[in-house]
Design a protein around this ligand. Structure first.
Ligand code: FES
Ligand code: FES
Length: 232
């Protein structure tokens, strides 16, 4: 039989920051209790570091009380300011509200579609500071201070929209807003792609109708005329 006389371990976040030291000691001259400087919330965050990964830890870090105030953000609604398609919107949202829900339910910008709602299909694609993001996987409070572009910012005269129409690059159209925005961000980075690059640029956007070939054709057509998908 092995008798454990004392036990001491530390809980650290992924980046190495120590969040807790937990120790216990079996000794007649010490009180028989576990001593810890970790709260229940801190313990959950610490253990979460091992299994949930950096993204969740970032959220956990945001949930720490604000220095000096001891107050947490939420769960009640808080003021949120979003810059969407060049316009600033002042909203009052619970911190758990996603950017997708804020766009669709609060701003009536319904171009970004809610499909899987778990960062898998790309139907909710928007641009944040010019980069493609899944709006269903970004909290609205985290989108503050960023420039958000939705499909509503693209005009019907846009070369990419025109090319999509010419090439029958849409069937039900559910994936089209996300496809167009993903393609625009891609062409801005890579104005003269080859076919394989176009195929990989759409890797994060699923088309349930399987319209991939005409969509790729439309993107290549825009690239060929050298406008990189920008508004004419
Ligand atoms: S709805 Fe956001 S990725 Fe599918
Ligand atoms: S056109 Fe229907 S999902 Fe793509």
């Amino acid at each position: 039989m092995i008798a454990v006389e004392s036990l001491k371990f530390e809980i650290r976040l992924a980046e190495g920051r120590k969040v807790a030291t937990v120790s216990s000691r079996k000794s007649p001259d010490m009180p028989k209790k576990t001593k810890t400087n970790v709260s229940r919330r801190g313990f959950i965050y610490g253990v979460g570091g091992g299994v949930l990964g950096p993204a969740v830890l970032d959220r956990a870090a945001l949930a720490e009380p604000q220095p000096g105030t001891g107050r947490f953000t939420g769960p009640d609604a808080v003021p949120v300011s979003l810059s969407v398609n060049g316009k600033t919107h002042k909203l009052t949202l619970e911190p758990r509200v996603t950017l997708l829900d804020a766009l669709r339910d609060q701003l009536d910008l319904t171009g970004a579609k809610a499909a899987c709602d778990r960062g898998t299909c790309g139907s909710c694609t928007v641009l944040m500071n010019g980069k493609v993001v899944y709006a269903c996987s970004v909290l609205a409070i985290d989108a503050q201070g960023k420039s958000i572009e939705t499909i509503e910012s693209i005009t019907p005269e846009d070369p990419l929209i025109q090319a999509m129409a010419r090439n029958d690059g849409t069937q039900c159209g559910f994936c089209s807003p996300g496809m167009v925005l993903a393609a625009k961000a891609f062409l801005a980075r890579n104005p003269h792609p080859d076919e394989a690059q176009v195929e990989s640029c759409l890797g994060g956007n699923l088309c349930r109708c399987g319209t991939y070939v005409p969509i790729r054709k439309a993107i290549l057509e825009v690239a060929r005329v050298g406008k990189g998908g920008r508004n004419a």
